[in-house]
Design a protein around this ligand. Sequence first.
Ligand code: 8YV
Length: 323
Amino acid sequence: MNVVVFGTLPPDQLARLQARHQVTVTHPKTDPAAFEAALPQAEGLIGASYPITPALLDQAPRLRVVSSVSVGVDNYPLAALQQRGIVLCHTPGVLDETVADTVFGLLMATSRRMVELANLVREGRWTKSVGEDLYGWDVHHKTLGLLGFGRIGQAIARRAALGFGMEVLYHARRPVDLAAQAPELVGKARHTPLAELLPRADFVVAMLPLSDTTRGMLNADLFAQMKTGSIFVNGGRGATVDEAALLHALDHGPLRAAGLDVFAKEPLPADSPLRTHPRVTPLPHIGSATAETRHAMAALAVTNLLQVLAGERPSAVYDTRQV
Ligand code: 8YV
């Protein structure tokens, strides 16, 4: 069958596809015309980081499966896929621990001012021992407030509660059955209303998927409820945050600092104040970007695609009926 790759797959994973199917590799960000030219024949699409619109689906009448090399599915038109009976696959599970490491790194880096102080050394400004003006703040034994408590949120909670002795509060659509899903967190993570979590948390970490419900959810009202001197970290999706409200909370509100791996627009525009703000640690969306995990994601995405094209149930299908 005809498979169109949008983006780059590791050579061994590309070879798995080529062994079974006719494969066209395209790079729609740099050459959208070649991608669109391949769509009319495509029975399978695999790739990441490119918005697949209903208009693109219209050009792909033979399409049976879209396999994303990501866990997030905000680049895909769920209702249009559902209507056309196209299966959407993604890569949950294989990236949880890696993204949790990145988020914890941001917590540590922001609270202990690691990037700022590394720059002080690099720039030859380390001329005396660090004084009060450059002290950081402890992470251990503080209170962590998690917004979103899926697999990645739970992996962050384990680091916080079991490794750093932190109190963990979380807010999700419904309480998680910890005994069944994360027994090691029983008695260590508590479902908490936002009105209690925000004023109590020393660190608020957003791990929310992007949907119509969560877009812009972190707004001026929520930032205003956060504890004075707290730190905000976003490892989910940038567009869940009103970035103007975040800047206001940093400059005139309760926030001490922010660690951001994701932004409303990526790559971050050159004129974004978040790029140079002295109390923002910005990362270029590296949550899952380790050699091992990106390879595991590609391998799962290829497996998903091969399974659907073989008429089997894929390992990780996304239910496009859910919002
Ligand atoms: C990837 C991600 O950056 O899986 C996701 O949803 O955000 C990241 O792991 C991205 O989608 C590119 O593969």
